[in-house]
Design a binder for this molecule. Sequence first.
Ligand code: GDP
Ligand code: MG
Length: 365
Amino acid sequence: ASLVQVMMHLGEMVTATQSLPDETLQLLGEELKYNVEVVSPEDEDRELLESFSIEFGENEGGEESLRPRPPVVTVMGHVDHGKTRLLDAIRNTNVVSGEAGGITQHIGAYQVATEVDGEERKITFIDTPGHEAFTAMRARGAQATDIAVLVVAADDGVKPQTAEAIDHAKAADVPIVVAVNKIDVEGADPQKVRAQLTEYGLVAEEYGGDVQFVDISAKQGTNIDGLLEAVVLTSDAALDLRANPYQDAQGLAIEAFLDRGRGSTATVLVQRGTLRVGDSIVCGDAYGRVRAMLDENGENVEEAEPSRPVQVLGLTNVPSAGDSFLVVKDDRVARQIAQQREARERFAQQARASRRVTMQNWQDA
Ligand code: GDP
Ligand code: MG
């Protein structure tokens, strides 16, 4: 009998070319005395890593190994409300190791320092504004962001993409800090923005809510420090950001490309552990030994602790944004994991391409 006939026997009307939900596949397996196991790509990858005794995504070493780590921030908001300008303003005035106004590199993320209550506090900004990158990462099961800065132009108010950004931040359970931008523009009305956003559940502290609103001008550099302080205060109040810096590093690729001179160049965000030059790493289906690491000023870094973004040189090929990376024992293990991932991806692609054929030819097989 053909698969379609078996399905009809089971009371399901199907065509030979449609794909089936997981439960139906399981039912079909039972009928044909096959053991059908539906495995998600995430589970499959977890199993692969477990076969090398690696657990991804967990801090090792328990409570006493955890240390505070800086928040990782994504800037979101409606088009033209000033996201790029704000990221530039923050980068140019506050990068950690560079001189103010020094030449910075775009590496997809950067870290800044600000003083809050006499203490130096760091913040990591993802340098690709907009919620597309944010949702693309989340769709791949990767969450890089701890806090969202929502930019709203005070001369324009809440717009469709403002509302979308709020939805995304809420879905990801990420607290929001509102940057009310363009206060230098004639006719700007920062209070109106506060009033509008109460309808989205974002109530300013001065109105009895728990959301920090900060009036800024990204263009003139007004009150950027106030915004950074609000980010730190929100992080302290709403989040308990800690990670184990003592384990092998794990994290995410933020962006990657092929540099003609330097080869594969990947910006990674360390989420746990400390990444060091010389470490053997796997990132998606790329692998290699960390030959050098560069910070946002193009300067060499020997090690990168949790929440630190660095550009990694030395990978064999170019990973994708949102790929996880991890440090493994040696190059051999790195290569094996990468090759198995690549083989699996190739197999999945073939299966997708040949699904129709498989269904139709089942009876011939
Ligand atoms: P994005 O689309 O959200 O990234 O917006 P941009 O950062 O590209 O800014 C859009 C336009 O608004 C640009 O022309 C900026 O120079 C301008 N702009 C951004 N921030 C301010 C501001 O604080 N004041 C004024 N007057 N213009 C701003
Ligand atoms: Mg922009």
